[in-house]
Design a protein around this ligand. Structure first.
Ligand code: PLP
Length: 419
């Protein structure tokens, strides 16, 4: 366990006002099939609190126009609020400069941007890209597409039976042809928190840039890109209480400057003739066309909301939930947790003897409990554990201990049905 996790665990559970926080989330009042909703599918998408919903309404009702080109009141207001959202995101991840934050449609889009903008320019035949077994498909497939196009090779860091990366093996993968590392900060399938800072330092000592997929980390812990020293960091708004269709790519200014644009169109140019186009400065070079203005502003409100609660307080409460749920599940006969890393985010993948995950999900739904079942877009992880799928409960700071009890009671019901 890291010193940070020990410190987070030592915070008193009673200090976290979860019942008050829950009142901010209208959707949590829902009943599903007559039972109170127990929403434990937060790794797929989290829910939106009223202040973020209100911010979207305020934008649409009093501030909306297209950004950048207008001189009228609404266009100037929308442009200011959009750029203000960028600054909020900059502060949220401690990026040195706001121009290092590019709005994308999400993590997938951000990784594709790096693949096209950096990969296609700087990775060639015979070069090697290091990925890990824990990657989500969105940090595998773009690199495979690049490898196929360029004749590059993908090397994969293996994991142990707990679902932790074998760091010795990672270090052994480096050679003179290594050009890029892509690693997830937190595994969406298992919850493993990877030692990305150490991995980045090792790669940088060999002049290899690193992209961190932060989709499952940014909602659960303080992210400091300056401290990590990553070259790129990507995450999605809808997993941290913001809207869908928005996310960010953080990139070091020097890297972004060297990259080619991914999409061409309006706003990403300084001048266009049929002979030649001059590209705009960063971040605009990577934001072609009308951006998702409302969604970006909503995401700004979401990080304000999370920051007001405090990422450490969030992480501490979520660790309490994870520890409690893990303890409960470990005591159940016929239930096996997949992913037992020492450092984990609040994700519990599990199997129930003799029951297909799909049936688990369906029966839990009848109890009002929402979990995800399937391969979680991480098929290499499933292959490593020789399972076609798992059931996954993933927690957020607005979940309560009573909801963990509902999950455990639901699994008991599943076992009775299949007894
Ligand atoms: C680790 C990880 N990376 C990338 C993604 C893709 O995110 P999005 O679908 O928002 O682009 C996810 C989504 O589940 C994820 O968990």
């Amino acid at each position: 366990m890291t010193a940070t996790q020990t410190a987070l665990r030592s915070q008193p559970a009673s200090a976290f006002a979860v019942e008050r926080i829950r009142t901010d989330f209208p959707i949590l009042k829902l009943k599903v099939g007559g039972k109170p909703l127990v929403y434990l599918d937060n790794a797929a998408s989290s829910q939106m609190p009223q202040p973020v919903i209100d911010r979207l309404v305020r934008y649409q009702t009093t501030q909306h126009a297209n950004v950048n080109r207008g001189v009228h009141y609404l266009s100037e207001t929308a442009t200011f609020e959009y750029e203000e959202a960028r600054r909020k995101l900059q502060r949220f991840i401690n990026a040195p400069e706001d121009r290092e934050v590019i709005f994308t449609s999400g993590t997938t889009d951000a990784i594709n941007l790096v693949m096209h903008g950096y990969g296609r320019r700087f990775i060639g035949a015979g070069d090697e890209i290091i990925l890990t077994t824990l990657e989500h498909h969105s940090n595998i497939v773009p690199w495979q597409m690049l490898a196929e196009e360029k004749g590059a090779k993908i090397r994969v860091v293996p994991i142990n039976d707990a679902g932790e990366l074998l760091i010795d093996e990672y270090e052994k993968l480096f050679n003179a042809r290594t050009r890029f590392v892509g690693v997830t900060h937190v595994s969406n399938a298992l919850g493993t928190i990877n030692p990305v800072k150490r991995m980045i330092a090792f790669a940088h000592a060999r002049d290899v840039p690193v992209l961190v997929d932060g989709a499952q980390a940014a909602p659960h812990m303080k992210v400091d890109v300056e401290d990590l020293d990553c070259d790129f960091y990507a995450f999605s708004g809808h997993k941290l209480c913001g809207p869908t269709g928005i996310g960010i790519l953080y990139g070091k200014a020097a890297m972004l400057e060297r990259m080619q644009p991914f999409k061409g169109g309006g706003d990403m140019i300084l001048s266009v003739t049929f002979e030649k186009t001059t590209y705009n400065m960063i971040p605009h070079k990577f934001e072609a066309g009308t951006p998702p203005i409302a969604a970006a502003i909503g995401l700004g409100a979401a990080v304000d909301y999370l920051s007001a609660i405090g990422m450490d307080a969030i992480a501490s409460h979520e660790l309490n939930l994870l520890d409690y749920a893990t303890g409960q599940m470990n005591r159940m006969r016929g239930v096996r947790i997949i992913g037992t890393a020492v450092n984990k985010a609040p994700v519990l993948s599990f199997e129930v003897d003799g029951v297909h995950p799909h049936d688990i999900g369906t029966l839990l739904n009848q109890e009002g409990v929402a979990v995800r079942t399937g391969h979680h877009c991480a098929q290499p992880v499933m292959q490593r554990f020789r399972v076609p799928a798992t059931s996954r409960a993933s927690f957020a700071f607005y979940n309560s201990m009573a909801e963990i009890d509902a999950l455990i009671a639901g699994i008991r019901t599943v076992q009775k049905v299949f007894a």
